[in-house]
Design a protein around this ligand. Structure first.
Ligand code: ATP
Ligand code: MG
Length: 722
């Protein structure tokens, strides 16, 4: 049955109730972080559906991310006995509308999209653009697909604003971009495909040109609700207006201090001008924060007050004062990760679960060191909204190459890289090669190395296979060398980096950074374990992937969450770590360079978002040096740290120093020395060859007569001295 009124209003304060039961007409919920905006939107959906007599069908609710939409759907569905609702992101909503009505939309040339249209994601888009740039005879290194794609996207959205084209690009460049852009749009249309921008723009066009269709949605939905309204762009604003055009029943909520997508076209004016755009709007302010301790809230407010472009809002909590913030100064990014791992161990002993903890980073490359630190400490983690490092295409490619160096019979690795970078080897040639290899029961690489096998294959592919076999032959000797030597040789022989930069199927810059991180990773491995070499490195990687692929579903609760600060918007965690609080990292160097200071204010809002995710504990850290692009540089603490109230951030809390000591003691207590004989529960008796690292990082290399030489983390290895 339908829930009772009391149930729907349970656990809401008077201001929240007012917003939930608001009858009709425009409603603006303007409030700071953690004040229950999302809770109000969710309850209001249930309230309208249950008490407003419109059912869930009559409600259109829009959230910012798929994750947020899923959560909201789940929450509403626990309150209501019905299923199937229009609670989704703008993109998902538009895709759904187009599936029904896109055929109404004819183009000047008489063509139209059909319902079966496909959606191109950013990678698809970029590979298409690359093809076009090439077809038109331009240079793909000068006109990088990702950049051209971003330009096209911007133009499409700008055109809607009637602001004309980007005047920054002029002359020949401009002409090229325009030609590529036109061809791109034609090709999409011919392929019956749309990109992410088109999803929204086509619906807007549909609504503009076909008021009948527009009205069918505007009347079908009796209420429209939008969460995180401060991050809507102009097209989303226009869509929202269309949807609310029949009745004006539009409820939006947002926090101007959390507007963090200006760089992607979000327009903060949408929320600031709401009352003007929708006359008669009721404004509800929520001033009580239910999420964070006083200490966390004070810190967040102290930082955001440094922005000049803002309206001061009230925000208080009746919750506990809470622990002071933890501030960690570290030597470098690896130490930072180890320090975080230490604190996690301590938090666990205080009763927090892994699932209560989150680490937010400003820039993706920081993920590497953090993952390494967690992995060494045996802490389970998951990466939200990102591909795990070793799942990334470029890393997988390089790892496959390395595997093939060590094991030439690895056909899976062969197939992954034989045509990467492109060597003109197509599916047909590979079929022939596989047939030959299967008949003779040899691996693909061996077949490729045989001139008899290659004689069955024609043209470029034949040459390509020969080149590939030769390349692998040249690299063969590196199987017994160190990880970084092998990787360097590989990068040089294949010219992989240049290829990545030039092809840039996805985001060339990010991929380049990832490869640099991978290099640094190989070097660290080599210095930690000089005898291990390439083979041990690959084993190490295989174990990470295995751990990562385990329990992705059930076990997600029991893991520390890693994500970017941007992705953390709207979420909350009992404990939050914010590493990398350094000038030119957070705030990002582009913002620091921005003289107008607009970028800096956006960075500060991002910082505010990060700080306000924390419920109970908050740890901020920075490193005196950090390695990026294979280069180590000296760092300055972030200005945001200086903006915190003095008494809030306790530097290196004493008990945490003790904790460090405890680890060292345990290590010392183990009393191991090189040459000692030890007992291991699986490997039996062995002799310690080398000791290195300290704290959670302490490792021993032990030669076990029965199991060979192993490098073990002392923290977990449980070695008994004999
Ligand atoms: P953000 O600005 O970060 O998106 P928000 O304003 O949307 O935050 P919510 O996520 O809705 O805030 O709520 C923050 C937390 O406070 C949630 O855990 C929510 O369940 C809780 N909360 C909200 N309102 C109340 C209330 N009246 N009583 C108790 N807890 C509440
Ligand atoms: Mg929210």
């Amino acid at each position: 049955g339908w829930p009772a009124e009391e149930q729907l209003l349970e656990g809401l304060n008077p201001a929240q109730r007012k917003a939930v039961v608001h009858g009709g007409g425009p409603l603006l919920i303007l409030a700071g972080a953690g004040s229950g905006k999302t809770r109000v939107i969710t309850r209001r959906i249930a309230w309208l559906a249950a008490r407003g007599g419109v059912g869930l069908d009559g409600i259109c609710a829009i959230t910012f991310t798929n994750k947020a939409a899923r959560e909201m759907r789940e929450r509403v569905e626990t309150l209501l006995p019905t299923r199937g609702s229009w609670i989704s992101t703008f993109h998902a909503m538009c895709a759904r509308i187009l599936r029904r009505d896109v055929e109404t939309l004819g183009f000047e040339d008489g063509t139209r999209y059909t319902r079966d249209f496909s959606i191109y994601d950013t990678a698809d888009r970029n590979s298409l653009i690359k093809r076009i740039v090439k077809d038109l005879g331009y240079d793909t290194t000068r006109f990088r697909p990702a950049q051209v794609g971003a330009w096209i996207s911007e133009q499409k959205n700008l055109a809607r604003r009637g602001e004309g084209e980007d005047s920054l690009v002029e002359g020949i460049e401009h002409e090229v971009l325009r030609r590529v852009g036109e061809r791109y749009q034609e090709t999409l249309r011919a392929a019956n495909a749309v990109d992410f921008d088109d999803l929204l723009l086509l619906v807007l066009e549909l609504f503009d040109r076909h008021p009948g269709v527009r009205d069918s949605y505007a009347t079908r939905f009796r209420h429209v609700l939008v969460d995180e309204y401060q991050d809507t762009n102009h097209v989303q604003y226009l869509l929202t207006r269309h949807l609310a055009s029949a009745h004006g029943n539009l409820a939006v909520c947002g926090d101007p201090d959390q507007s963090i997508y200006a760089w992607r076209g979000a327009d903060i004016r949408n929320i600031l001008d709401f009352e003007r755009d929708f006359p008669g709007a009721e404004v509800v302010r929520l001033e009580q924060n239910y999420r964070s301790t006083q200490a966390i809230l004070d810190a967040a407010q102290a930082v955001i007050r440094h922005n000049s472009q803002r309206k001061e809002k009230e925000l208080y909590t009746e919750g506990e004062a809470g622990e002071p913030l933890g501030l960690l100064e570290c030597g470098d990014e690896n130490e930072e990760a180890d320090q975080i791992a230490l604190r996690i161990a301590k938090l666990r002993s205080e009763g927090f679960g892994y699932g209560d903890l989150a680490i937010f980073y400003r820039v993706n490359f920081m993920q590497r060191a953090l993952e390494r630190g967690l992995r060494l400490a045996g802490i389970p983690y998951r990466i939200a909204g990102g591909v795990e490092f070793y799942q990334r295409k470029e890393i997988k490619d390089l790892v496959s190459y390395l595997k093939l160096i060590v094991n030439p019979d690895d056909d899976v690795a062969f197939l992954r890289v034989v045509n990467v970078p492109a060597r003109g080897i197509g599916d047909r040639s590979l079929e022939l090669l596989s047939g030959w290899a299967a008949d003779r029961r040899v691996s693909l690489l061996r077949a490729a190395a045989s001139s008899e096998a290659r004689s069955q294959i024609r043209g470029r592919a034949k040459k390509g296979l020969e080149a590939f076999a030769g390349l692998m032959e040249n690299l063969r000797d590196f199987a017994g060398r160190s990880a970084s030597e092998a990787l360097e040789a590989l990068l040089e022989e294949t010219d992989y980096l240049t290829w990545v930069v030039q092809s840039s199927e996805e985001n060339a810059e990010t991929r380049e950074e990832n490869i640099e991180e991978f290099r640094a990773n190989a070097e660290t491995f080599d210095s930690d374990d000089p005898e291990g070499g390439l083979r041990a490195f690959l084993e190490d990687i295989a174990l990470v992937s295995e751990v990562d692929s385990l329990g992705e579903g059930e076990d997600a609760e029991g893991r520390v969450t890693l994500m970017t600060v941007h992705a953390a918007k709207g979420l909350e965690f009992p404990v939050v770590f914010l590493p990398g609080l350094e000038e030119e990292l957070f705030p990002h160097f582009r913002a620091v360079m921005d003289e107008a200071g607009v970028g800096l204010e956006e960075e500060r809002r991002l910082m505010y978002v990060g700080l306000t995710r924390a419920m109970k504990r908050l740890f901020l850290s920075w490193a005196r040096t950090r390695t990026h692009f294979g280069q180590s540089s000296w760092r300055e603490p972030s200005r945001f740290l200086r903006e915190l109230p003095q008494d809030l951030a306790a530097e290196s809390e004493p008990d945490e120093v003790d904790l460090l000591g405890a680890y060292d003691d345990r290590e010392a207590g183990a009393g191991l020395g090189e040459g000692d004989w030890v007992m291991h529960e699986h490997f039996g008796r062995g002799q310690v060859e080398r000791l290195r690292g300290s704290g959670v990082n302490a490792r021993a290399t032990v030669r076990f007569p029965s199991a060979g030489t192993k490098t073990l983390l002392l923290q977990y290895a449980k070695l008994t001295k004999l």
